[in-house]
Design a protein around this ligand. Structure first.
Ligand code: FAD
Length: 806
């Protein structure tokens, strides 16, 4: 075993081996993988080995597509068979809603280049003769589905990595990790130590324990998972003989089952509703190549449905039931990337579908380690998407929820209940008393909309019960005045003599004058969008930065990695030590005037001003800015003042007909202004000029991160362009990720949209090729049907921005 390496990968499951292979491929040869037992000794060895590309999240679908296409390359390089069976598969819908979900997935697949097909139940029966078609209304066929040999595939990665120069050390347990001053690591094993520049936690079932070695509590939990294997079945032999092929894969969403052929019989697995966590606190180190006790009772309800939907199983003998554990993050996606606050410690954990996702995870992580950037948009699996609030209890509750819902539809307006309420602000109860329907925003309860007594959210792909009420909230803002909460934003305080110079290096826009606000993108080295902020200068060495709440850790990781070493700048995320309310609408100034003695008239307190204001006895910082696109103020206070502030504003607004509005109304109002949002319109996939943020990029100021990339994009015009569109929709608006058609071809995709209530229009935002952006003949596919969409270059509400400016 080497005593020094550029990187040590801990764990020889499919994920660790993939990371190792991809590191060698990216040019790092001095890399070692340490495995406490034989390779595959975690969850990998007993996996069912199924793979597919289809996923509700297009970014996960891309990652899966890369993984599946990698296997041929891997076999060629390593000479080791992965045991590939590319059978194709059907995903079966038993309800109209599921069919709509499949149509959505099919439509999204189009812009990813996936060749899926929507088929009838009888077509599905022809392709997969074991089904009883009367239980199904249709299906989606995907030719890129199949299964492989988990052990062969892991060894193929390992062999290819060895060929690339890597060393693999088996039967060696990493017992501890200690960090040196220069950020490198002592990897302490039971067979001696390795000094490593970087370590990768690919500990799979032991990822939590490998995290705890460095004081991390990773949000990951293993669940028991069962599948059964039947004896040989004559029906399978018949299909094989008639088609000359294996029985294809099937997913039965209503039965919450997946099935495929295994030798002369079938394999049927289920994600049962009453899923059971495995080792919820600590994974035993002596667990190895053993299986867990099967529990037929737990999966019986699913199997009963399965035997009905696939009648041949009724006569089949069950040869074996496999029960094994594997890990999940709270949302079911992997946890990948560098950890904020820990230098040179990388994660490749919680990969619940190692054979669909392991390749993509290895590619992203190796790019990140070698080039400093994952190379593609990995937000959906970035470890930074969870905050410190995602502790063990939270994780365990959410993972159980996610497991039990694995094959259930999550509607676009559906909020999941587990581990809630988690974080609340002082106005939480008051909001509830006004009928707030709450949503979870990075662990924080935030009002989505306000429901009259007896009205509830009905989950749907179409317009629902909230429609008229959200419309009324929008009308209140446009016609009178609305009040909403802004605490879910991330807020950072930046202080120190170097603050301004540093911010100007980090952010793309010019710096504001004292008492003023600017909007500014943040770019990565390649000039792509990694942030979209409001920056206020509150004093010579004091700035406040406001951004997306869900990206707080993601942004802090970036900020910390770029702080000067001379301590001339301090950045502090304020979390809920600063909370906010906003008033917006034509009467907003009147309301503010009533709660303060200071002059807040249009002349004294201008659009984009930022001031310290006493609102009576309440000290506040107030910015004259509003994402509603109306006259509005964002009011920031310490939490102990939020509740009295709420009462005073509501009282002051009474004579003006003040009404509470939630984030759904806000999202509707911003559509009328063509305002984009972080993680939808603004992501590292896009440059600032493509995203229509060019006016917030000052290429003439000092050099800043990403300037060269932005300059090049400005010169060549960018590949694509973000456009706002008005859609001739029916009773369903876009959700996001729908394909945009032009001239009979898919040319782009929707990033977000919905119903713009005030304008009475269905609207969408999305990216189209720059050359087509001036065109006006697009169609957007919603729930399987194409609808005309015309570009709306100017905001439909207040194009001259007179309302904001006053
Ligand atoms: C019953 C079942 C069916 C499944 N079916 C499928 C399927 O059809 N398709 C699919 O894609 N996925 C499936 N999976 C999931 C799949 O098995 C996992 O996604 C995959 O195995 C995760 O691999 P990993 O490398 O992250 O973790 P693991 O396989 O758990 O590997 C982690 C490795 O790290 C080693 N290790 C940990 N700590 C240390 C240490 N301190 N020092 C040294 N070594 C250490 C362990 O010994 C282990 O070998 C299934 C899982 C189960 C249980």
């Amino acid at each position: 075993m080497k005593s020094h390496a550029q990187a040590v990968v801990i764990g020889g499951g499919v994920v660790g081996c993939s990371v190792l292979y991809h590191l060698t491929k990216a040019g790092w040869k001095d890399v070692v993988l340490v495995e406490r037992d034989e390779l595959t000794s975690g969850s990998t060895w007993h996996a069912a080995g199924g793979f597919h590309t289809l996923n509700g999240d297009p970014n996960v679908a891309k990652l899966q597509d890369y993984t599946v296409n990698l296997y041929k390359e891997l076999e060629e390089i390593s000479g080791q068979s992965c045991g590939l069976h590319l059978t194709g598969g059907v995903q079966l819908a038993g309800t109209k809603e599921r069919m709509e979900w499949l149509k959505n997935a099919h439509a999204r697949g189009r812009y990813l280049g996936m060749k899926t097909e929507i088929i009838s139940a009888s077509d599905a029966k022809e392709l997969m003769p074991l089904i009883d078609e009367k239980h199904f209304v249709g299906a989606l066929y995907d030719e890129i589905e199949g299964h492989l040999d988990p052990s062969g595939t892991t060894h193929a990665y390992a062999k290819a990595a060895r060929i690339g120069g890597a060393e693999i050390v088996r039967h060696t347990k990493v017992e501890d990790l200690t960090q040196r001053e220069d950020g490198s690591w002592n990897v302490i094993t039971d067979k001696g130590n390795i000094h490593a520049d970087h370590v990768v936690n690919a500990g799979g079932l032991w990822a939590r324990e490998v995290g705890r070695m460095v004081g991390l509590e990773l949000p990951v939990l293993a669940m028991e998972h069962m599948y059964l294997l039947t004896e040989d079945m004559p029906e399978v032999a018949e299909i094989n003989a008639a088609t000359g092929k294996e029985v294809i894969h099937a997913i039965d969403f209503e039965g919450e089952l997946y099935l495929r052929q295994e030798r002369g019989g079938m394999l049927m697995g289920t994600y049962e509703r009453a899923g059971r966590p495995w080792s919820p606190k600590q994974t035993p180190w002596d667990f190895g190549h053993e299986l867990l006790e099967p529990d037929l009772d737990r999966i019986a309800p699913s199997l009963e449905v399965g035997f009905e939907h696939f009648p041949a199983f009724q006569n089949a003998g069950i040869k074996q039931i496999i029960n094994g554990p594997f890990t999940f993050a709270p949302d079911g996606n992997p946890l990948v990337g560098p950890v904020q606050g820990l230098r040179n410690y990388w994660c490749a954990c919680a990969v619940m579908a190692g054979f669909s996702q392991g390749g993509g995870v290895g590619l992203a992580l190796s790019n990140w380690m070698v080039d400093g950037d994952p190379g593609f948009d990995v937000w959906c699996m970035d470890i930074a998407r969870f905050g410190d609030w995602a502790n063990l209890a939270y994780t365990n509750a959410k993972v159980c929820e996610n497991y039990s819902r694995r094959f259930r539809i999550r509607f676009p307006n559906e909020e999941l209940p587990a581990a809630r309420p988690l974080r609340t602000t002082p106005v939480y109860d008051a909001m509830l008393a006004h009928g707030a329907v709450m949503g979870d925003s990075w662990g924080l309860e935030q009002a989505l909309w306000f429901a009259p007594d007896g009205v509830e959210d009905v989950f749907s792909f179409r317009r629902s019960t909230d429609f008229d009420h959200v419309a009324a909230e929008c009308a209140a803002v446009r016609e009178k005045v609305g009040l909403s909460e802004t605490s879910a934003f991330a807020k950072y305080e930046i202080t120190g003599p170097g603050a301004e110079t540093w911010l100007s290096h980090m952010l793309a826009n010019k710096m504001p004058r004292e008492g003023r606000i600017v909007l500014t993108p943040m770019l990565n080295e390649a000039g792509k969008l990694i942030g979209d902020f409001t920056l206020a200068k509150a004093g010579p060495e004091l700035f406040y930065l406001f951004g997306a709440g869900s990206a707080e850790k993601y942004h802090m990781r970036w900020f910390e990695a770029h702080l000067p070493e001379d301590n001339s700048v301090v950045i502090r995320p304020l979390g809920l030590s600063l909370v906010g309310l906003t008033v917006a609408g034509p009467k907003a100034c009147d309301v503010l005037t009533k709660v303060t003695d200071e002059d807040v008239s249009n002349e004294a307190f201008k659009f984009m001003d930022f001031r310290q204001l006493d609102l009576g006895t309440i000290p506040a910082r107030v910015g004259r800015i509003s994402y509603t696109g109306d006259l509005g103020y964002e009011i920031w206070v310490a939490p102990e003042y939020q509740r009295p502030l709420f009462d005073r504003l509501m009282q002051a607004g009474e004579e003006h007909g003040i009404r509470l509005f939630g984030t759904r109304a806000l999202m509707s109002l911003r559509l009328e202004k063509n305002f984009g949002t972080w993680a939808r319109e603004f992501r590292p996939l896009y440059g600032p000029f493509e995203a229509g943020l060019g006016r917030f990029v000052d290429l003439t100021k000092n050099a800043f991160i990403g300037r060269d990339g932005a300059m090049a994009e400005k010169e060549n015009g960018g590949k694509r362009k973000l456009v706002s569109m008005v859609v001739e929709a029916g009773d369903a608006d876009v959700i996001g990720d729908e394909p945009i058609w032009h001239g009979g071809e898919v040319v782009g995709w929707v990033t977000s949209g919905g119903y713009a209530h005030n304008a009475g229009l269905s609207m969408a935002q999305g990216y189209v090729p720059a050359a087509l952006a001036e065109d006006n003949v697009f169609e957007i596919e919603i729930l399987g049907e194409r609808h005309q969409a015309r570009v709306q270059a100017e905001p439909v509400f207040d194009p001259e921005a007179e309302r904001m400016r006053g």
